[in-house]
Design a protein around this ligand. Structure first.
Ligand code: FAD
Ligand code: PHB
Length: 390
C-alpha cells in the first residue's frame, strides 16, 4: 500500500488530521489497533475550546456539535460549603467553551471519513515504524497471518500515551518529563439530570469532585480516589454518597442519582516528550503529552498539535514550504508546556494531596482565596481555560 501520510492511531487526533488533509487533496491511511466500537465506547473528554470547535468546522464535522453541543460561559468552584462562579465570558473577552463529548466528536469524525471514503484500517496488530531517518519511511502491521507494508512520505504518531510511535524515537534523542500524581479519578456516566447547568469543580478535604455533563439528561461525575482503588470497590450507592459529601449541602440536596452506565478509573499524570519530530515522524496529541484532566486541556492540546501539523503539511505539499514542518516541534511544545503548567496548577489547587504538609495546605487555601479576591487571577484562569491562541 502507498500513501502520502501514514497516521498511526484512530483517536480524535489521527482522525481529525486525516480528515483535514483529505480536504486539501493530501492522501492518508489511518491505522487503528482497536475496532471502531471499542474506540467509540471510551468515555473521555467533555469540554472543547473554541479553537477546537473551529477546527471541527473546518474539517466539515461541526454540524452536530453546533446543534447539540452546549455553549458554556462559566463554571463553578466549590470549596467546602462555598460555591463561586468563574465568569469565563467576562474574563476572557467574550469567549466560551463547548460541552460536547469526545465520544460524539469521534463518531462525527468517523462518519466524515466514511463519507469521503477515507482509509481507516482497524484491528491492526504489531505496528512498526521503519526508516524514519530517511525520506522513504514505511510502516508495517499484521492483519491475521499477513504482514502489510505501507510506503509513505511522512508518519504521524497519533497513537496515544501507550502507542508505539514515541518509542520509535532513539533513546538518546528523546527526553521525557513526567509527574505522576498520588491519586486517580473515578468517573461515572449516568442518565440523570445534571446537578448544575454549568460544571462544578469541588475542593474538599475528603478529595476533589467534578460535576460535569454531556446533555441535560446525561451527567458525568468524577471523584478523586486513591491509586489502589478498583472500580469494584465503588458500587453506585457508595459513589453517590461520597460525591454528595464533597459538594456544598445545597448542591448535594439537588443531586439526582441513578444507575451508572459507565464507570472507570483514570490515574492522573503529567508527561511531555521532546522533540515532537524525529526525521519523518511527527508526534501529536497524547502520544507526545498527557495532562491531568482537571483543566480540560488534554484533547484541546491534541487539537493545537493538529492545527500546527495540518498547516505545516499543507504548506509543504501545496507550496513546497517546509518551514512549518521544521518548526513544528518547537511551536507545538511552546503551547503544550503552557497547558501543562495550567493543568498542574488547577490540579494542585483543587485536590487533596495525601502527603501534603500543613504549610502546603495553607498555600492551597490562600491560592483559592486569592483567586476569588482578584479579577487578574480570574482573568488568567479564564484565558487558559477557554484556550490560549494557537
Ligand atoms: P487517544 O484518544 O488515546 O487515541 C489514540 C488511538 O491510537 C487510540 O484509538 C488507540 O487505540 C490507538 N493506538 C494505540 N496504540 C496503537 C498502535 N500500536 N497501533 C495503532 N493504533 C494504536 N481532554 C480535554 O481536552 N478535555 C476534557 O474534558 C478531558 N477530560 C478527560 C477525562 C478523562 C477521564 C480522561 C481519561 C481524559 C480526558 N481528556 C480531556 C483527555 C483526552 O481524552 C485525550 O487527550 C485525547 O483522547 C487525546 O486524543 P488522541 O487522539 O491524541 O489519543
Ligand atoms: C468531562 O466532562 O469529562 C470533563 C470535564 C471537565 C474536565 C474533565 C473532564 O476538566
Amino acid at each position: 500500500m502507498k500513501t502520502q501520510v501514514c497516521i498511526i492511531g484512530g483517536g480524535p487526533s489521527g482522525l481529525l488530521l486525516s480528515q483535514l488533509l483529505h480536504l486539501q487533496g493530501i492522501e492518508t491511511v489511518v491505522l487503528e489497533k482497536h475496532s471502531r466500537e471499542y474506540v467509540l465506547a471510551r468515555i473521555r473528554a467533555g469540554v472543547l475550546e473554541q479553537g477546537f470547535a473551529a477546527l471541527m468546522r473546518e474539517a466539515q464535522c461541526g454540524e452536530r456539535m453546533d446543534r447539540e453541543g452546549e455553549i458554556h460561559h462559566g463554571f463553578f468552584i466549590a470549596d467546602g460549603g462555598r460555591l463561586q462562579r468563574v465568569d469565563l465570558h467576562r474574563f476572557s473577552g467574550g469567549k466560551s467553551v463547548v460541552v460536547y463529548g469526545q465520544t460524539e466528536l469521534t463518531r462525527d469524525l468517523y462518519e466524515a471519513r466514511d463519507r469521503m471514503q477515507g482509509v481507516v484500517i482497524h484491528n491492526v496488530e504489531d505496528v512498526q515504524l521503519h526508516d524514519l531517518a530517511t525520506d522513504r519511511p514505511h510502516v508495517t502491521y499484521r492483519a491475521g497471518d499477513e504482514i502489510v507494508r505501507v510506503d509513505c512520505e511522512y508518519v504521524v504518531g497519533a497513537d496515544g500515551f501507550h502507542g508505539v510511535s514515541r518509542k520509535s524515537i532513539p533513546k538518546d534523542v528523546l527526553r521525557e518529563y513526567e509527574r505522576v500524581y498520588p491519586f486517580g479519578w473515578l468517573g461515572v456516566l449516568s442518565r440523570t439530570k445534571p446537578v448544575s447547568p454549568e460544571l462544578i469543580y469541588a475542593r474538599h478535604d475528603r478529595g476533589f469532585a467534578l460535576c460535569s455533563l454531556r446533555s441535560q439528561v446525561l451527567s458525568r461525575y468524577y471523584i478523586q480516589v486513591s491509586l489502589s482503588d478498583k472500580v469494584e470497590d465503588w458500587p453506585d450507592n457508595a459513589f453517590w454518597a461520597e460525591l454528595k459529601r464533597r459538594l456544598p449541602a445545597e448542591v448535594g440536596e439537588r443531586l439526582v442519582t441513578g444507575p451508572s452506565i459507565e464507570k472507570s478509573i483514570a490515574p492522573l499524570r503529567s508527561f511531555v516528550a521532546e522533540p515532537m519530530r524525529w526525521g519523518r515522524l511527527f508526534l501529536a496529541g497524547d502520544a507526545a503529552h498527557i495532562v491531568p484532566p482537571t483543566g480540560a486541556r488534554g484533547l484541546n492540546s491534541a487539537a493545537s498539535d493538529i492545527h500546527y501539523l495540518y498547516h505545516a503539511m499543507v504548506a509543504h505539499y501545496q507550496k513546497g514550504d517546509d518551514s512549518g514542518l521544521d518548526g513544528y516541534s518547537a511551536r507545538a511544545l511552546a503551547r503544550v508546556w503552557k497547558a501543562q503548567r495550567f493543568s498542574w496548577w488547577m490540579t494542585t489547587l483543587l485536590h487533596t494531596f495525601p502527603d501534603a504538609i500543613a504549610y502546603e495546605r495553607k498555600l492551597q487555601e490562600t491560592d483559592l482565596a486569592y483567586l476569588f479576591s482578584s479579577e487578574a487571577a480570574q482573568r488568567s484562569l479564564a484565558e487558559n481555560y477557554v484556550g490560549l491562541p494557537f
